[in-house]
Design a protein around this ligand. Structure first.
Ligand SMILES: [Zn+2]
Length: 259
């Protein structure tokens, strides 16, 4: 499931392959992925214009084209692919931007997420909703102010996009496992030192994950073992625990992350 680091990978991918290229045509293979425009309106807004440098906020990819912005959300299974030449469509290609020299494809198997067209900052804000600062850009003081006001479980707070944007299930569990903080711990029970540890661990996890455009799954990471049956903590060997928190399956070590 694309989280901040995956979307950061898509941002770099778009910058590498499509930035500066002109859009000659837009082929909408699945109109349901256009969330606030028609194929005609999208075509009118972007045809003949060029992809400018893309940005990212949390799990949103913002691709300016001419006067408009394409707001892309990747849901559970979305991704971008660049293909040069006239390749056949993949069965999950939903929207294809034809450029000189190749095509940028928005592919999405399960069709959560989609593409929105924004023609102004107000429209962008309306589509993306109220988002907290990006998890990669938030400063230590701001982070502390934001999360010290929050109630509820720490895992739910980390995944709350209105508080801090970009962290999903995998990143939140990884950060908590590394910081040795139980996902069910109430926010009010975190000390200033805990919050500082959380902030620093978040930075470490995001920098490493962004470098690879995904949460790494090798030694020293929770991701990679968390989905195995009877999986053990990579630090202490204790069997990992799982439970639903804030609608997602949290995974933690009952020994390293005591309540
Ligand atoms: Zn452990």
């Amino acid at each position: 499931m694309p989280e901040l680091s995956d979307v950061e990978g898509f941002r770099r991918y778009l910058a590498r392959y499509a930035k500066g290229r002109r859009i000659d045509a837009v082929e909408v293979l699945d109109g349901s992925m256009l969330r606030n425009s028609s194929a005609q309106a999208l075509g009118r807004a972007v045809r003949g214009r060029r992809f400018a440098a893309p940005e990212r906020h949390g799990k949103w990819l913002i691709a300016p084209v001419g006067e408009a912005e394409l707001l892309l959300h990747f849901g559970m299974t979305g991704l971008l692919r660049w293909t040069s030449g006239e390749n056949e469509h993949h069965r999950h290609d939903r929207i294809v931007f034809h450029c000189p020299g190749g095509q940028l494809r928005y592919r999405n198997m399960r069709k959560f997420g989609g593409l929105w067209l924004a023609r102004s900052e107000a429209e962008r804000a309306r589509v993306m909703g109220r988002l907290g600062p990006d998890a990669m850009a938030v400063g230590a003081v701001e982070f502390d102010e934001l999360i010290s006001r929050r109630r509820g479980k720490v895992k739910a707070a980390l995944m709350d996009q209105k508080l801090i944007a970009g962290l999903g299930n995998l990143l939140a569990d990884e950060i908590l496992w590394r910081a040795r903080i139980n996902p069910r711990r109430p926010m009010t029970r975190l000390s200033r030192k805990d919050r500082r540890t959380l902030y620093e661990t978040m930075g470490d996890v995001l920098r490493e994950s962004n470098r690879r455009a995904r949460v790494p799954s090798e030694r020293g990471w929770l991701t990679g073992v968390r989905d195995k049956r009877g999986a053990a903590c990579r630090r202490c060997g204790t069997e990992l625990r799982k439970a639903t928190i804030a609608g997602r399956t949290a995974c933690w070590c009952p020994s390293c992350q005591r309540r």
